[in-house]
Design a protein around this ligand. Sequence first.
Ligand SMILES: Nc1nc2c(ncn2[C@@H]2O[C@H](COP(=O)(O)OP(=O)(O)OP(=O)(O)O)[C@@H](O)[C@H]2O)c(=O)[nH]1
Length: 309
Amino acid sequence: MTEPQFHAGFVSLVGRPNAGKSTLTNALVGSKVAITSAKPQTTRHTIRGIVHREDSQLILVDTPGLHRPRTLLGKRLNELVADTLAEVDAVGFCLPANEAIGPGDRYIAAQLAALKRTPVIALVTKTDLVDRAALARQLMSVTALGNEVLGEAGWADVVPVSAADGFQVDTVADVLVGHMPVSPPLYPDGELTDEPEAVMVAELVREAALEGVRDELPHSLAVVVEEIVPREGRSDENPLLDVRVNLYVERSSQKAIIIGRGGSRLRDVGTTARRGIEALLGTKVYLDLHVKIAKDWQRDPKQLVKLGF
Ligand SMILES: Nc1nc2c(ncn2[C@@H]2O[C@H](COP(=O)(O)OP(=O)(O)OP(=O)(O)O)[C@@H](O)[C@H]2O)c(=O)[nH]1
């Protein structure tokens, strides 16, 4: 008997302003908080929310670049968007059902067409605002746009959805999960995900730990924030937070990569992450990093429990 495999990965919802990205993010994530404030510039992708399911996990991230097209020009912008979007496993392109496809949508569609490898799912949002006939027409226009920019194959999928009344929100999650790679959960479920700060801290550590070694440690790194506690005996004017974080890898060779010769790399990781965390939390931080091997943790349910998955 084979166990059903877990799927996890990163999704970026894109679309022009007002297309319904944030509202859909919140609907997908449910009661779990979507992080909308405190965006440290150090992370390429800001996590907006995490969808935890029994068999899968979707990490919804922001993609810089598409949001500020006017501050960058031509090739540079194309490169930035392509770079950042190439790191996600799927893109959800939001197009409102109640507005004709405009130049803003076409602009983004053209950017997305340059992503050769990443599947793009067209999400026709706000379906509650239109009747069935208008929705059918919009679905056809959106499909035609896909064929225009991507050729015959078109969008990987076209899914109508309403975040307002919940229509097809689960279907959107199903379709996105269908494009996620086989992977262990990338973030722990549970209370931590309700704490934007802990999620952000984990993300900062993860980013710092992967910097420059992404090829060697693609997805085999789990970051668990064990605790964030104020140091006792410090005055209110000069507080210090103790932040204890465990990094779990699968093999000793990966542990060696993270730690580096004589611990040099781990010190750099700590320094970089600490700066980001201090900027995020606005106080001095003592960051305590531990690298541990969770052997075959993708397959061993006991380990998963220990890691809080
Ligand atoms: N009726 C209806 N309104 C929606 C739906 N989704 C979003 N809206 C409304 O559309 C507006 C824009 O939604 P947002 O989710 O903020 O759009 P966004 O794409 O995140 O916008 P930016 O942050 O500007 O990029 C808000 O007023 C929402 O309340 C929906 O499914 N139905």
